[in-house]
Write a protein that binds this ligand. Structure first.
Ligand code: PMP
Length: 362
């Protein structure tokens, strides 16, 4: 069985070495004689794996014990709700796409006459093709929320928002650990694992411990309370064991490959090649993101019409290039170039783009 080149936006490609190790662990995890899917979340062997995963994430993030690292369920979408539930509804939101809009909707659900969310900036008027410039921030905002990489539109922040003293919260689902990020400028970082970290079913949340006081003792549903989850090491109930295990393997793979600087360098190289192929054929390919906002994780582009897009995608599929169809809300083509996507996959995509242009098949 030959593996396809998987450009899917998530769940996305994982490192082969990780999958091979996990395959062994399905039958017996270490010396336990029990498969990883069958192992108690409270067994010594699993607890050690969870602690190791957490330690590796802390190292990659550069955070110490003043942060809690949580492994939760419910996807990034549940974090849209948990953030305002725990920190207060009066957040300032920077809207750069559908995911940040959904985050805002959850805060609106929780608003009270004295705690309302606020839109600090939006790039919706230009079809989410850029990162907004000036932010209209409130001095007393409970937090400022942004989405570091916009998976659907293919835009990415290349600087950190300036927010003064407000706690900065980021949905980093689609670019976490693709490059170094200054966690010390943030207060809460969350990411669904299924793009750069592991499988679906686990969401990693880094939260500065001083923020836990905002929810502690308020009687929130325990599963939705960061303080409860932190106090119980993410094991208030049965934690998503397989996902946590796999996140640990992926973190080890990142460290072994040279850490975040090495990821950033490779990702920049991969993205530059695809953007160059787009820019080389402006009559055929049209990038969605403005050049200064281009994402290194999700490259989005259109062809002249739907028929050309179909021919492009069919030809790609025939060459073993899969997962390239754009998100249903915007259409076109989207090449997701997550950490684990090999450079050979990018070579194959660029070859096909050049062949498509040369053939005049558009
Ligand atoms: N935020 C971003 C940036 C995403 O790309 C996605 C999923 N593609 C989500 C949030 C929603 O994640 P989940 O499906 O884990 O709820």
């Amino acid at each position: 069985m030959q593996r396809a080149h998987n450009f899917g936006a998530g769940p996305g490609v994982l490192p082969v070495e990780v999958l091979e190790e996990a395959r062994e662990a399905l039958l017996s995890f270490g010396e336990t004689g029990v498969g990883i899917l069958e192992l108690s979340h409270r067994s010594d062997a699993f607890v050690a794996a969870r602690q190791e995963a957490e330690a590796r994430l802390r190292r990659l993030a550069g955070v110490g014990d003043d942060w809690a690292v949580l492994f939760l369920q419910g996807g990034a979408s549940l974090q849209f709700h948990m953030v305002p539930l725990n920190l207060g509804a009066a957040g300032d939101y920077v809207l750069t796409g559908v995911w940040s809009q959904k985050a805002l909707e959850e805060a609106r659900r929780l608003e009270t006459p004295t705690a309302r969310p606020h839109v600090a900036a939006t790039s919706e008027p230009t079809g989410f093709d850029r990162i907004p410039g000036a932010l209209d921030l409130r001095p007393d905002a409970a937090f400022v929320h942004y989405t570091s990489n916009n998976t659907i539109y293919g835009t990415q922040w290349h600087h950190l928002p300036e927010v003064g003293g407000a706690p900065l919260v980021v949905d980093a689902s689609s670019d976490i650990f693709s490059r170094p990020m200054d966690f010390s400028r943030h207060a809460l970082v969350y990411a669904g694992a299924q793009k750069n970290l592991g499988p679906s079913g686990v969401t990693v949340v880094f939260v500065r411990r001083d923020l836990l006081a905002r929810s502690a003792g308020r009687g929130l549903p325990p599963m939705l309370d960061y303080a409860v989850q932190a106090k119980n090491d993410s094991s208030y109930n049965t934690c998503p064991t397989f996902g946590i295990y796999l996140v640990g393997l992926v973190a080890r793979w990142i460290e072994g490959a040279g850490g975040l600087p090495a990821m950033a360098e490779r990702n920049a190289r991969k993205a530059a090649r695809v953007y160059a192929a787009i820019d080389a054929a402006p009559g055929v390919f049209r990038g969605h993101a403005r050049p200064e906002a281009r994402s290194q994780m999700n490259v989005t582009f259109r062809l002249p019409d739907a028929a050309a897009e179909r021919r492009f995608l069919e030809g790609a599929e025939a060459r073993g290039l899969v997962g390239l169809k754009g998100h249903r809300s915007v259409g076109g083509v989207r090449a997701s170039l997550y950490n684990a996507l090999p450079e050979a996959a990018v070579d194959a995509l660029v070859d096909w783009m050049q062949e498509f242009v040369a053939r005049g098949a558009h």
